[in-house]
Design a binder for this molecule. Structure first.
Ligand SMILES: Nc1ncnc2c1ncn2[C@@H]1O[C@H](COP(=O)(O)OP(=O)(O)OP(=O)(O)O)[C@@H](O)[C@H]1O
Ligand SMILES: [Mg+2]
Length: 478
């Protein structure tokens, strides 16, 4: 099973904290060690100086010239009270100017003085105090000091004093262990509290996930419980609810569209079936058969047109933009539609005029755009009674759009229907009464085509007084 977000969050949080704490601890321990080392060196310097001063004093007392004739004042530390508490010893070796060992303390192994570094010794004999840390066989790791004795009474020599570093090391190690334990405790507490906190913070997410899982296409109207806080999660839930609303609407529209489409296709098919069945009941004359076929052809044409309209809409829905993109003279396109419909207008006693003064170019699919103009003009014809007037007017707007106004003096559109005229299958009641044929897809297709061309269609209308549909398309510079 993959790790939950909560586990990962806690893990990274603890890891980060551990890294930071460990770095801080290492830094702290290094500082402590440095302080301890400086303290040890100071102590060592005092020890070296005391030892050297003691030896020099005794040599003065006995008027000795060379440390070779001297015996070190030895102490058996184990007999001194407090040794059990601080089992530390001081090791001493005295070296003469010729780099030879003059004497060394009895607590060193009987045949081995402290190892001498010749180079350091040479420097010491020139007057420098020198510190060195080395491993001494049978003694262990020690910190040494070379203390030179240079005066007029004796020849120069060097006193080397060493103490085990163990004592300092133990102290730093002790601190390191304690700090390590504290860090582990802090990490454990941070881990547990981080885990609990993450659970609390993520609870709305878990609840939302469960709620979302319940929602499917059957109960799309259900919404998630919105928290009162407007934080990130509150916002997420609000956005999800908006998304659900949009999905719900889209589903609804799709369902209605499918129902309407089936209904529209069913009607002519039922008529076809019925009339054909009736015709087959008894023998008919050729004339009767001809009439039947003619009326059947009309119904077939209706279905055919409907399906091609539905196909056009489906294409627009799928985001398929127009394939052709040719340069078109918009005036010609409109004039062509005008010429095509003029006989029909005359037949119906409608005055049908064209106003097209300035040259307007557009770019797009010729077939599709011609269909748009044709649909708008035929709507005007269909919904304008005898004696009315229709005008097509082409113009170029200031912001460089091609503009076509289709103005009629027809039946108009009721205010309540106006927002819906571009909806699929929508037909206003007055339109149904005036012209029973029509499926309500024409304007939906027009709007879709206009949009794929980067334009739009708007409408103004007053019921009983006429309508004006305006098509805008991006114009091409001449
Ligand atoms: N010029 C107009 N005058 C009055 N009403 C109109 C006009 N144009 C459109 N309408 C209204 O808008 C509705 C939708 O128009 P649309 O062209 O989409 O469908 P239709 O003309 O009814 O059918 P078809 O699918 O055959 O075009 C019409 O039914 C009508 O109510
Ligand atoms: Mg129409």
């Amino acid at each position: 099973m993959p790790f939950s977000f909560r586990t990962k969050l806690t893990f990274w949080y603890v890891l980060l904290l551990a890294t930071l704490l460990a770095a801080a601890a290492v830094f702290l321990i290094l500082i402590l060690q440095r302080i301890a080392e400086r303290k040890l060196d100071a102590t060592l310097w005092v020890l070296g100086a005391t030892e050297a001063e003691g030896i020099a004093a005794r040599m003065r007392d006995r008027q000795l010239q060379s440390p070779d004739d001297l015996t070190i004042n030895d102490i058996d530390y184990r007999n001194i009270p407090g040794y059990e508490q601080f089992p530390v010893q001081k090791y001493v070796t005295v070296v003469n100017a010729a780099h030879r060992v003059a004497d060394f303390s009895v607590n060193l192994p009987s045949d081995s003085p402290l190892p001498i570094n010749d180079w350091l010794l040479t420097r010491a004999l020139r007057g420098s105090v020198i510190f060195e840390t080395i491993n001494v066989p049978q003694v262990g790791r020690v910190r040494m000091i070379y203390t030179p004795v240079i005066n007029h009474q004796t020849e120069p020599f060097v006193v080397i004093v060493a103490v085990p570093t163990e004592f300092v090391g133990v102290e730093v190690g002790y601190v390191a262990r304690r700090v390590g334990a504290i860090i582990l405790l802090v990490l454990a507490l941070a881990g547990v509290s981080g885990w609990l906190l993450a659970r609390r913070a993520l609870r709305p997410v878990v609840e939302t996930t469960t709620a979302l899982r319940r929602i499917n296409d059957q109960n799309l109207h259900e919404r998630l419980a919105e928290p009162h806080t407007r934080d990130e999660i509150g916002n997420l839930i609000a956005v999800l609810n908006e998304l659900l609303t949009r999905l719900d609407n889209a589903f609804d529209m799709q369902r209605r569209f499918t129902a309407d489409a089936s209904h529209e296709i069913c009607t002519p098919l039922t008529i076809l079936k019925g009339s054909t069945e009736v015709a087959l009941l008894e023998p008919r004359t050729t004339r009767e058969y001809e009439a039947l076929l003619r009326s059947n052809l009309e119904e077939i044409e209706r279905v055919s047109e409907l399906t091609s309209n539905l196909l056009a809409l489906a294409r627009a829905d799928s985001g398929e933009t127009q394939t052709a993109r040719e340069l078109l003279i918009f005036n010609e396109l409109v004039a062509d539609v005008h010429a095509r419909l003029l006989p029909l207008a005359e037949e119906r006693g409608i005055e049908f005029t064209l106003k097209s003064n300035e040259l307007v170019l557009v770019e797009g699919d010729h077939q599709a755009l011609r269909q748009v103009v044709f649909n708008l003009a035929s709507n005007a014809l269909r919904y304008t009674p005898r004696g009315g007037r229709i005008e097509l007017a082409v113009a170029l707007t200031a912001d460089n759009f091609a503009r076509l106004d289709v103005t009629d003096t027809g039946i108009g559109i009721p205010a309540s229907a106006l927002p819906h005229v571009f909806d699929r299958f929508f037909r206003a009641d007055n339109a149904r009464a005036h012209a029973p044929e029509g499926s309500g897809l024409g304007l939906a297709i027009c709007q879709a085509v206009a949009k794929t061309h980067g334009g739009k269609i708007s409408v103004e209308s007053v019921e009983g007084r006429g309508s004006r549909f305006t098509l805008f398309l991006p114009a091409t510079q001449t």
